[in-house]
Design a protein around this ligand. Structure first.
Ligand code: B3K
Ligand code: ZN
Length: 861
């Protein structure tokens, strides 16, 4: 496999000004005729990308090419001596969508045809410059059997339609130039719903949401989400939609969440379908967020796209930031922010600490699909958020306006974005580039607190650990916005609040406002709102943490103080220091306070009842620890909290019962979230099986049903069998069946691996449907640490075999799964050795994909 480097970027020697595609869909094979109009911009041989294509014919300017005029490589088509003035290249290739198990390119899902072209799937459809800086005008004609494929869709406006016999066709024209990764085609037997949106300048847009007929009753929420997103983008950024029609198509087999193809989004059903009986409140939020995300891409991604894939965060970090703030506005700012910070701390910080650590703008890749990561996406979004924090909203908005004004219709770089922000605000953002070049999570430490006269000052220092190819000693200081507040311990009042800009290795800052006495009379609330993607450190006593947990006016830091209290209790339990300190008492007090905070937002109370998870805790331990021992410490503290507060838990649980009809308003969502958190804890405390069954029986919606099933899943009881049986029998759609699989695969039960092996043998299991497959296998590897890390290596062996087998059919799914072994250096020698051996075994598998090869070899380094 070849590694590509960011520094090697070179402009293309030909532009493809227009592309006309013709799809002739036959039973086994689809014939794709492509007519490209090319203009030399540098000349030399024309090397187009192509993969798994059967070339039928090739002609230049109407003349069939002689065999020696071109050459076919494994992944290329080379025309040795193209004309030196504009010319037309016409190729005909055959492809077999029904055999396409990679789900990249044109493939079949439940008998329908759809495409997925990002990042490099278009080359599996026809020969092309399959890279984002090649922007062309697209037209497309599709012809297929009328009965089997009544609906035909592609990007842009439909400009023609006709039929003859049992065939029909439709043709499309996309008025906007676009890169190949945004091309889309759908042909199938679909149903749907329709809506309308009138843009601020008065244009009517036809909105269409499509799915298989059996799911058409679950599309209303995504239509509503789309309308809200369209309105929000107009109000927040002044950005309007630019075509007359917007399609969203839901497909069952899909590698990721969704895809922003111009005017024709293709979605995983999991990110479109929502109805009270089949989707949880979390699913509703996910649909809202993903529908909005793909819509926002129409500007941040499609109108202005990436020059090369190293710039992926240019569109993804920005679009995630946009969808996160959209959801904050639609639901609860505080709750959404905490949910997003949890993802950063558990998943992204873990990636930064492991062998796959990379800057948000990676320097190299073998398989681009491996870099659609939580670093590029979520850390990328935090980097965008820092611009907004540093520049203020009006300044950030000015930067966004300039960015779109300068670059509309082109393919650009992260540097172009940074320049727009700097130029629009006349500020110097040179140092800020380090967020794009340096990998790893910086640590910001509050090292010194002083009172000079009546001024409180503090010293902040920063560092960043080694990451692959970047030793800590060579890293330069980041430009970090650190939001801080000072609280008076005696009065509980806030003295002052400041945004400090840390630019050096160590710097001293002062609060304004008069202070007296000693620094210990005050407490600093550090990194408020998670103002930068860093780990904040300061020495705090148990009392100071308790003070912040109840007095901080920043809801994120209040929650964070509680997290720190829980962390201490769990780590003390882990190291065996539990008896010595009062850390468990403080944890119980914190837990109880969240339960008793009757006037608080129920969602926040629920968040404050949740202790940090395995991955986050593992990052606080030195390498070489026993992961199962950590699971045990975690579950023992969780149990202790639940048992100590069982009276209050029962009270709160009972008080939150409601038989009002279902709705997704924040108040109802919060009530369910808190009530179900109580249920989970009561189940943990033990002896709550009967009530859990009743919870299941009384449930009016999937949120409550699932909570009951999860509460019962950890113990082999007759109640578990009863509820799981009913859950499966009554599952309203395939997504609910996925939940049934996932809740068992993640259950912290002694028979977990046995269960998972049974699930893999279950008649409803599938290796070709990514949702179903991941619900079982990835869930086990990622969400069942006690079983995955079983001392005898049985969990590892199971996942190793799955990686090897699945790599034969779906490289992207296998490569993700292979990432489960990346943490091997963190654990004790025995486990580390077993995990490493799995990676070695995978690497030497014959015919391994470049995707899995890259993850496995990087992990071994
Ligand atoms: N841009 C797509 C992701 C494509 C992933 C390719 N492996 C979805 C999104 O981020 O909106
Ligand atoms: Zn995206």
């Amino acid at each position: 496999p070849v590694e590509k480097f960011r520094k090697d970027y070179a402009a293309l020697p030909y532009s493809i000004d227009s592309v006309d595609l013709d799809f002739n869909v036959q039973t086994d094979e689809t014939l794709v005729t492509s007519t490209l109009k090319l203009t030399p911009t540098g000349g030399g041989p024309l090397v187009l990308d192509g993969e798994d294509l059967r070339l039928v014919s090739a002609e230049v300017d109407g003349k069939e090419l002689p065999k020696d005029a071109y050459e076919l490589g494994e992944e290329t088509f080379t025309l040795h001596k193209p004309p030196s003035s504009p010319f037309t290249l016409k190729t005909v290739v055959g492809i077999e969508p029904a055999k396409n198990t990679q789900l990249s390119g044109l493939y079949e899902s439940s008998g329908n045809l759809c495409t997925q072209c990002e990042a490099e799937g278009f080359r599996r459809i026809t020969y092309f410059y399959d890279r984002p800086d090649c922007m062309s005008a697209f037209t497309c004609r599709v012809e297929a059997d009328k009965k089997k494929f009544p609906i035909l869709l592609s990007n842009g406006n439909e400009v023609g339609r006709g039929e003859s016999g049992d065939r029909h066709w439709a043709s499309f024209e996309d008025p906007f130039k676009k890169p190949s990764y945004l091309f889309a085609l759908v042909a199938g037997d679909l149903g749907g719903i329709q809506g309308k949106f009138t843009t601020k300048s008065g244009r009517d847009v036809d909105l269409r949401i499509w799915s298989e007929h059996r799911n058409c009753d679950q599309l209303d929420w995504s239509l509503e989400s789309l309308k809200r997103a369209m309105k929000w983008d107009e109000e927040t950024y002044g950005l309007e939609y630019d075509l007359d029609v917007y399609h969203v198509v839901a497909v069952e087999d899909f590698n990721m969440g969704a895809m922003e193809n111009k005017g024709l989004n293709v979605f995983n059903t999991a990110c479109v379908l929502a109805a009270p009986q089949t989707a949880t409140d979390g699913d509703y939020d996910r649909v809202l967020g993903v529908v909005a995300h793909e819509y926002f891409h129409n500007w941040s991604g499609n109108r202005v796209t990436c020059r090369d894939w190293f710039q992926l965060t240019l569109k993804e970090g920005l679009t995630v930031y946009r969808d996160q703030t959209f959801t904050e506005d639609q639901t609860s700012r505080a709750v959404k922010r905490i949910d997003d910070v949890r993802v950063m701390r558990s998943a992204q910080f873990a990636q930064d600490a492991g062998p796959m650590a990379h800057p948000i703008r990676p320097e190299s890749y073998v398989a681009m699909d491996n870099f659609y990561t939580v670093t590029v996406y979520n850390k990328g979004a935090e980097v965008i958020r820092m611009y907004a924090t540093l520049l203020g909203w009006p300044g950030f908005r000015k930067g966004m306006d300039l960015y779109f004004q300068r670059h509309d219709g082109t393919a650009v770089t992260c540097d172009d974005f940074r320049s727009a922000m700097a130029d629009a605000n006349s500020v110097d953002l040179t140092q800020f580039e380090r967020w794009y070049t340096q990998a790893g999570t910086p640590t910001v430490t509050l090292s010194d607190k002083k009172i000079d006269g009546e001024t409180f000052s503090l010293t902040l220092s920063q560092s960043c650990a080694d990451t692959p190819n970047q030793p800590a000693s060579e890293k330069q200081p980041f430009h970090i916005p650190v939001s801080c507040a000072l609280f008076d311990k005696k009065t509980g009042k806030k003295v002052d609040e400041q945004l400090f800009e840390l630019r050096e290795a160590s710097q001293t800052f002062s609060f304004s406002g008069t202070v007296t006495g000693s620094p210990d009379d005050y407490v600093v609330s550090l990194l408020r709102g998670f103002s930068a993607p860093v780990t904040a450190k300061q020495e705090l006593t148990q009392d100071e943490l308790l003070f912040l947990a109840s007095n901080d006016d920043d809801s994120l830091n209040r929650w964070d103080a509680a997290q720190q209290i829980y962390t201490r209790a769990i780590l003390d339990e882990f190291t065996g220091d539990a008896g010595k300190g009062d850390s468990l008492d403080a944890a119980v007090a914190t837990f109880r306070a969240a339960l008793n905070d009757k006037s608080g937002d129920p969602s926040l109370r629920a968040l404050n009842l949740a202790v940090p998870g395995f991955s986050e805790l593992g990052l606080k331990l030195d390498d070489g620890f026993d992961p199962v021992k950590l699971c045990e410490a975690l579950s023992s503290v969780k149990k202790a909290l639940a048992r100590a507060c069982s009276t209050e838990l029962k009270e709160v649980y009972a008080s939150l019962y409601s038989d009002a009809p279902y709705d997704v308003e924040a108040a109802s969502v919060g009530r369910r979230r808190l009530r179900n958190a109580c249920l989970a804890n009561l189940a943990r405390a033990g002896g709550f099986e009967q009530q859990s069954v009743k919870h299941y029986e009384d449930a009016q919606c999937m949120t409550d049903q699932l909570a009951a099933a999860v509460a019962l899943a950890g113990e082999a009881t007759k109640e578990r069998e009863e509820v799981l049986g009913k859950f499966y029998e009554s599952a309203g759609n395939e997504l609910v069946v996925n939940k049934w699989f996932a809740l068992q695969a993640s259950a912290d039960a002694d028979d977990a691996l046995e269960t998972v092996k049974k699930l893999v043998a279950h008649e409803a299991f599938s290796r070709t449907n990514p949702n179903r497959y991941r619900a079982v296998v990835n869930t086990f590897a990622g969400a069942n640490p006690r079983a995955f890390h079983a001392a005898d290596g049985s969990g590892y062996a199971f996942i190793r075999d799955e990686v090897i087998q699945t790599d034969k059919t779906n490289n992207q799914v296998a490569a993700r799964l292979c990432g489960s072994f990346g943490t091997w250096k963190k654990y004790d020698a025995k486990r580390g050795g077993l995990m490493k051996a799995c990676l070695e075994e995978i690497v030497k598998t014959e015919g391994l994909s470049k995707d899995t090869f890259e993850i496995a070899t990087r992990s071994l380094k």
